[in-house]
Design a protein around this ligand. Structure first.
Ligand code: G3P
Length: 217
């Protein structure tokens, strides 16, 4: 399973990239707003830090303008993945951009049929928003499971990029359901390493080690 960081904050990206655990980055207009920075400048910097795919989202909603913005974003770096919303124009733009050899990430996926459609369009990734489905008192993980089954039934190569992840349990459940990628905010990826028994066990070992009076050299 690949780990992507869901942020446009380059300091956080640099920090996580240094762990060797980062396979890519996803951004969206809200994250660009939060960064307070220029989208092209920010994406260029992120693409220099991270080797894997970096999603940059178009702001246009009509086909022609989506293509124009998508090509502009893709020109920033070779690891840019053009992020498009799943609308009729978005799916059409996806197909065209895929035919031109670009990578695409189809976002705001809330149903298995939307995922089926973008897989047929040849999208590189589809982004089901688990947390937002849960927010509607529905089952975000069932969405991942359904998409996995459909993609496996037809051997679609589109990768399931689980997004809107809010908890460490979401990550575990995504891994069990066979999501290809989990994109997480830094707060969630940090939670993956934590367990109170690890902290307690380490404190006990360190205390006992000190009592031995030994050093390892
Ligand atoms: O990248 C999009 C997605 O991860 C958004 O998450 O928490 O705003 O629903 P959230």
């Amino acid at each position: 399973m690949k780990f992507f960081l869901d942020t446009a904050n380059v300091d956080e990206i640099r920090e996580w990239n240094a762990t060797g655990m980062l396979d890519g980055v996803t951004t969206n207009p809200s994250l660009i707003l939060k960064s307070g920075r220029d989208i092209k400048e920010t994406l260029a910097e992120i693409c220099e830090i991270v080797e894997g795919d970096v999603s940059g989202e178009v702001a246009a909603t009509d086909y022609e303008q989506m293509l124009k913005e998508g090509r502009t974003l893709a020109a920033i770096a070779k690891n840019i993945c053009i992020k498009l919303p799943i609308t009729l124009d978005g799916v059409r733009a996806c197909k065209t951009l895929v035919d031109e050899g670009f990578k695409t990430n189809m976002t705001l996926c809330f149903s298995p049929n939307q995922a089926l459609l973008v897989a047929k369009a040849g999208a590189t990734y589809v982004s089901p928003f688990i947390g937002r489905v849960d927010d509607m008192a529905s089952d975000g993980m069932a969405l991942i499971e359904d998409i996995r089954t459909i993609f496996d039934n037809y051997s679609f190569e589109t990768q399931i990029l689980a997004a809107s992840i809010r908890t460490a349990n979401h990550v575990k459940d995504c891994a069990l359901a066979g999501a290809d990628v989990a994109t997480m905010p830094p707060s969630t990826i940090t939670q993956l390493v934590k367990h109170p028994l690890t902290d307690k066990g380490l404190a006990d070992f360190l205390s006992d080690w000190e009592k031995t009076g030994q050093t390892i050299s």
